[in-house]
Design a protein around this ligand. Sequence first.
Ligand code: PMP
Length: 375
Amino acid sequence: MIYLDNSATTKVAPEVLEAMLPYLQEEYGNPSSKYYTLAENAKKAVENARLQVAQLIGCEPDEIVFTSGATESNNMILKGVADFYSNKGKHIVTSKVEHPSVIETCKFLETKGFKVTYLDVDQYARVNINQLQQILTSDDKPILVSIIWGNNEIGSLNDIDTIASLCNEYNVFFHTDATQIIGKVRVNLNQTPGIQFLSCSAHKLHGPKGIGVCVIRKHKLGFKTKITPLFHGGGQEKEYRSGTLAVHNIVGFGVAAKIALANFEDNVKKLTELEKLTQSILVSKFSDIIEFNHDDTNKIPGLISIRLTGVNNELFIRKVADKLALSTGSACSSTKPSHVLSAIGKDLNDVRNTIRITLSPDTEKYEIESVLKKI
Ligand code: PMP
């Protein structure tokens, strides 16, 4: 069986597992404890991982807050900014194609009296920047803009540089959900002023599940950016996120980030080659019925979203399940028709014909060739 659902999650890399194991066995200290070796070792391991993740994202280590994953990070930023800055305004801007952890949080905030604008998107699910600019220059200036960097269903990248610099120019906080692009698209927050907050998760880059980060950038003058914490408690993570740190998971994220950074160019090259190969096999196999949902340029390397006219995606995926692991779109919303495909103008038939194939740099060419040709 070959695994082609790497946007849902990835296999933990052997080096990651190896680095994590001591922190589940002999090095079990709590990094918030003090003075004795077990605690100090745990603390050192956490700080080392913080540096490794910061290097992948291009920010300062003290701007990294460890969370349980991107769902928590997205909740933390949206609710935390909404609560802390509600005296400055109650308007939040996002888009129609965000991950449910953003959209559902926005819906929740609407019930608490916030106004949310869901920006329209083009045929590839990229936000309309003119619409954003109009809102930023209007009397109803938002307190926060939250836009996904790379779409988890069809892979299109938003023009995050332009969006971030617009938000910067109009002095509005900007958050981006970068969960699907970390390790696949170069990110350097130090060179992208305007991104104040970023969410991502280790399990999309061969790290463990249940660990993510929320990047909270310092204010231009060096102050910490304040938000209301989602969790109150012992004050870990400099009061931003209480709860005993999951040292083994944090160490795993650090190593996954280090590997992703070291292999960045090779990984992108390999994903691009594998993507071309997969597409050409699919086109020759399904030439009469295949259409692509994704754009060819400005996309996440290794994500392919196709429609096979007349083929029910659920039935197809079940039929090939012993040979191939595929997805209809996103793992998180597999019970509802895709809001992303609806937002880009696809009808219910298109949605039912859609299959997402997502590759990993670990996927082997020969596996794709041998398995895809047989289906
Ligand atoms: N945002 C995006 C774009 C995602 O793809 C996912 C995972 N499917 C999440 C957020 C949620 O991440 P996590 O699983 O770490 O909660």
